[in-house]
Design a protein around this ligand. Structure first.
Ligand code: CUA
Length: 392
C-alpha cells in the first residue's frame, strides 16, 4: 500500500513538473498572447467563452455528482418512478442550449464586426501580396516595397490590404490577431472594387512576431513563413530612410545614369520585360580578389538576378521575386526558412529548389519557373551572397 502511495506521489510530482516545464518555453506563435487590439478582441472573446464553459461544467458535474450519490442502487431500494415524456424538462433542455448559443453568438458577431472596422483617417496602409511561396509588402504611401519581414510602427493604426498574386494563401501572425484569407483578385464588373481582405490593428509592443501561411497553397506551403518587425516610430522612420537610400552606386558619376526608381505595381507592370544577359555568358569580375562585395554587386547586376529582383538605388528593378533592398538586415531568408547567413544565401542561390520545392527561382544548374539556370560560378555565388549580406 505504501509502495502504491509512493508511486502515486512520484507520478503526480512528475506530471506537475511536466506541466510547469510546458509553461516555461517561448511560444512565438502563441494565439493566447495578444499584442494588438485585434488579437485582444479575439482573445477576450475566447476567455469569456472559456469561463462560461467552466461555469456550465461545474453545474453539470455538481448535478451529476448529486444524482449519482442520491439515486445510487442499494440492495433494498425500491424501483424508481418511471417517467415517459416530461414537457417541462423538454422545454428546459431546448431553451437552455438555445440561450447558450445566443450568449456565444452575440459577442462573436460583435467581435467579427469590430475586427473588420478600419481607421481610414489615421491608419497606415500596407499591401500584403501572397506569392508561391513568399510574402510581399508594399507601402503605397511611402513608396517602399519589401518581402517576408514586414516592418511596422508600434502604437499607430495599421491597415493591411491583402491579395494574392497566384493561389489562395492565408496571412496569420497569431500574436497580432486571427488569420485572414489572401485571395487572388478576380476580374470584376466595372466600378466594383476588387475583393481585398483586410486586417486592421495597432501593435502595442515592439518585437519580432512570427507567422505562417495558413492555407494550403502548394508544395512549399509549410515553408511560407512570415515575420513582423514591430518597432518604435523613430526606428521605423529610420528603416524607411535606409530603404530609400538603398544601395547607391559607389561611383557617384554613374548616379545620373540610373532610372528613377518607382516601386508602384503599375510602374513595374509598365516596365516591360527586362533585358537579360545570355545565360552562360560570364559576367565580368574585375575586382574579385580585392572586394567580394563589389564583385558580388557587379555579378548580381549583370546576371539574370535583375530580371526578378529589385534593389533600391541600383538598376535592378525586377518585380517578379522578392525586393532585396536591405535584405542583409533580415533575420531569415527564403521566407522564414533559413537563417540569414552568407553560407545559407550561397546555398539558396546555388539550388533554391533543394531548399524549397516548387520555387520559381532558378539555381546555378537547374531551371526554375520559366527561367533557365543562372550558370553562376561558385565564386560568383559567394560574391553575390557577400553583397546581399552587406545590404543592411
Ligand atoms: Cu501560401 Cu500556404
Amino acid at each position: 500500500m505504501t509502495k502504491f502511495r509512493k508511486l502515486l506521489a512520484g507520478g503526480t510530482t512528475l506530471l506537475l513538473l511536466a506541466l510547469l516545464a510546458s509553461c516555461a518555453g517561448e511560444y512565438p506563435q502563441s494565439s493566447i498572447d495578444p499584442r494588438t487590439d485585434f488579437a485582444e478582441t479575439i482573445h477576450s472573446l475566447y476567455v469569456t467563452v472559456f469561463w462560461w464553459t467552466m461555469v456550465i461544467l461545474a453545474v453539470v458535474w455538481i448535478v451529476l455528482g448529486y444524482i449519482l450519490v442520491r439515486f445510487r442502487d442499494r440492495p433494498d431500494s425500491p424501483r424508481p418512478r418511471q417517467v415517459h415524456g416530461h414537457l417541462g424538462m423538454e422545454v428546459a433542455w431546448t431553451i437552455g442550449p438555445a440561450l447558450i448559443v445566443v450568449a456565444i453568438a452575440v459577442p462573436t458577431i460583435q467581435a467579427l464586426f469590430d475586427t473588420q472596422r478600419g481607421d481610414p483617417e489615421n491608419a497606415m496602409l500596407v499591401d500584403v501580396v501572397g506569392h508561391q511561396f513568399w510574402w510581399e509588402f508594399r507601402y503605397p504611401e511611402q513608396g517602399v516595397v519589401t518581402a517576408n519581414e514586414l516592418h511596422l510602427p508600434v502604437g499607430r493604426p495599421v491597415s493591411l490590404r491583402l491579395h494574392s498574386a497566384d493561389v489562395i494563401h492565408s496571412f496569420w501572425v497569431p500574436m497580432l490577431g486571427g488569420k485572414r484569407d489572401v485571395n487572388p483578385i478576380v476580374r470584376r464588373p466595372e466600378g466594383e472594387a476588387p475583393a481585398y481582405t483586410w486586417i486592421h490593428f495597432t501593435i502595442r509592443e515592439a518585437g519580432v512576431y512570427s507567422g505562417q501561411c495558413a492555407e494550403f497553397c502548394g508544395a512549399s506551403h509549410s515553408l511560407m513563413g512570415v515575420r513582423v518587425v514591430a518597432q518604435s516610430e523613430d526606428d521605423f522612420q529610420a528603416w524607411l530612410a535606409d530603404w530609400r537610400r538603398g544601395d547607391p552606386p559607389p561611383d557617384t558619376t554613374a548616379a545620373g545614369a540610373r532610372a528613377a526608381p518607382d516601386t508602384s505595381a503599375a510602374a513595374a507592370a509598365a516596365q516591360g520585360p527586362p533585358t537579360l544577359q545570355t545565360p552562360g555568358q560570364e559576367p565580368s569580375l574585375e575586382p574579385a580578389e580585392t572586394d567580394p562585395v563589389a564583385a558580388g554587386r557587379q555579378a548580381f547586376l549583370t546576371s539574370t538576378c535583375v530580371a526578378c529582383h529589385a534593389i533600391q538605388g541600383t538598376a535592378a528593378q525586377g518585380s517578379v521575386g522578392p525586393n532585396l533592398t536591405l535584405v542583409g538586415g533580415r533575420t531569415t531568408i527564403a521566407s522564414g526558412w533559413l537563417d540569414n547567413t552568407p553560407e545559407n544565401l550561397a546555398r539558396w542561390i546555388t539550388a533554391p529548389a533543394d531548399v524549397k520545392p516548387g520555387v520559381l527561382m532558378p539555381g546555378v544548374a537547374e531551371s526554375g519557373g520559366n527561367w533557365p539556370p543562372t550558370n553562376l560560378s561558385e565564386e560568383q555565388v559567394r560574391a553575390i551572397a557577400a553583397y546581399l549580406s552587406s545590404l543592411r
